[in-house]
Design a protein around this ligand. Structure first.
Ligand SMILES: Cc1cc2nc3c(=O)[nH]c(=O)nc-3n(C[C@H](O)[C@H](O)[C@H](O)COP(=O)(O)OP(=O)(O)OC[C@H]3O[C@@H](n4cnc5c(N)ncnc54)[C@H](O)[C@@H]3O)c2cc1C
Length: 379
């Protein structure tokens, strides 16, 4: 697969692999057991400029491409989907949204410190009663003079309990449905803003998912991102970028599981021979490897389209859908090849298996990806 990458992209991939092997992989199980956002992972990525990977250098970033973001997600997720999610939420969703839709003053105020890794960001869209259908959101923004007053709650927000800066979506008028949704920046410490329940989850336990509460939070009009009523479009456009990261996460965790299964099958003996000699095991690994390559190719195509500046909504939905399926299937088969040892916490297989499930849920469930793809096919 690497042959399809440019020399520069291959160099970046190698740098990422070295960094993840040295700085992330050795701690991934410990962070998972700790069951809280691995802030040191964010600090480590910030220390080498990854916090602002796709943000132009003049705004504190690295000026990387969407292909770089895809490569980074794959490499992070080989070690930990949690860490890939901290990166994807911060850079691919929140920071990217503030950069693309913020004005010059907002870029200086919000994007530069976050791209340098001095501030952690979150993306607040989902609510208890409005998620797959976000047009029914009920967090409100009421204009009073030169301020907006925010009331409501968001749930399941990644990085949410720790984030300094939240790209938040609220409606200026519920009757307007999707046309009332508007984007804002809320900052930690603003009176009336608090963190509610921090979820105890099946997987990605080194990433947080928090409830955020807004009780008469006064924010300056200067924190409004884009035009009033254009928030739905902003949210969905940013999600295309986020879904590319998620497709990379699927490829990464599935590759790690496949590598582990191949190595184990060659070493584990049963019936007087390595289990890799059994055709039942070989065919499982053939299906796994073929799916991993296909998932990589779909992500690669979506990243290429994104970097060419053409719309890639359908292609990235296909990439995310397929990568999520692949991650579920490959981690299950890899655990099976490890037998009972795969079920134990001494090996990372059970973590891969638990972590993979989130890929079918966040940034639009697999059913929602099918809605997006079928709409494009039938339009
Ligand atoms: C760990 C975690 C982290 C998250 N991080 C963030 C974050 O950082 N920011 C954020 O804003 N959100 C975040 N989310 C929210 C996530 O995006 C939502 O959970 C997701 O969009 C699904 O919403 P829901 O859970 O309410 O399910 P629902 O929308 O209630 O869906 C329930 C089921 O119905 C299906 N369904 C819904 N509509 C249709 C349809 N039209 N056709 C067929 N089936 C349908 C769904 O696919 C699903 O299977 C996170 C969620 C989790 C679990």
């Amino acid at each position: 697969m690497e042959v399809l990458l440019t020399e520069q992209e291959r160099m970046f991939q190698q740098q990422m692999r070295d960094f993840v092997e040295a700085e992330i992989a050795p701690y991934a199980d410990e962070w998972d057991r700790r069951n809280e956002l691995a802030y040191e992972a964010f600090q480590k990525m910030a220390s080498i400029g990854l916090a602002g990977l796709t943000i132009p250098e003049e705004y504190g970033g690295q000026g990387g491409s969407m292909m770089d973001a895809f490569i980074a997600s794959v490499e992070f997720a080989r070690a930990s989907i949690s860490v890939a999610s901290i990166f994807g939420t911060h850079t691919g969703l929140a920071l990217s949204g503030m950069y693309h839709y913020g004005n010059e003053e907002q870029r200086r105020r919000f994007v530069v410190p976050a791209a340098k890794g001095e501030k952690l960001c979150a993306y607040g869209l989902t609510e208890h009663e409005a998620s797959s259908d976000i047009s029914r959101m009920s967090t409100t923004a009421r204009r009073e003079g030169d301020e907006w007053i925010i009331n409501g709650a968001k749930c399941f927000i990644s990085n949410g309990d720790t984030a300094d800066t939240i790209l938040l979506f609220a409606t200026v008028d519920k009757q307007l449905g999707s046309k009332g949704i508007t984007a804002f920046v809320v900052e930690k410490g603003m009176p009336g803003f608090s963190v509610g329940k921090v979820e105890d989850k099946l997987g990605i336990r080194a990433e947080s998912a928090a409830e955020l509460m807004f009780d008469d939070v006064h924010i300056p009009v200067a924190n409004q991102i884009g035009e009033v009523g254009k928030g739905m479009r902003i949210a969905l456009t940013i999600l295309d970028e986020g879904r590319l990261d998620v497709s990379g996460q699927g490829v990464g965790v599935a590759s790690a599981a496949l590598d582990a299964a191949i190595a184990y099958s060659k070493q584990r003996q049963q019936f007087g021979q390595p289990i890799s000699e059994f055709q039942g095991i070989q065919w499982m690994m053939v299906d796994m490897a073929t799916a991993v390559d296909a998932a990589w190719l779909l992500g690669y195509r979506a990243a290429k389209l994104a970097d060419s500046g053409v719309r890639f909504t359908k292609e990235v939905a296909q990439a995310k859908l397929f990568a999520a399926n692949t991650a579920m299937d490959v981690t299950r088969k890899a655990l099976q090849i490890h037998g009972g040892y795969g079920y134990m916490k001494d090996l990372p297989l059970e973590r891969y298996y638990r972590d993979a499930k989130i890929l079918e849920i966040y940034e639009g469930t697999s059913e929602v990806q099918k809605l997006v793809i079928s709409r494009a096919l039938l339009s």
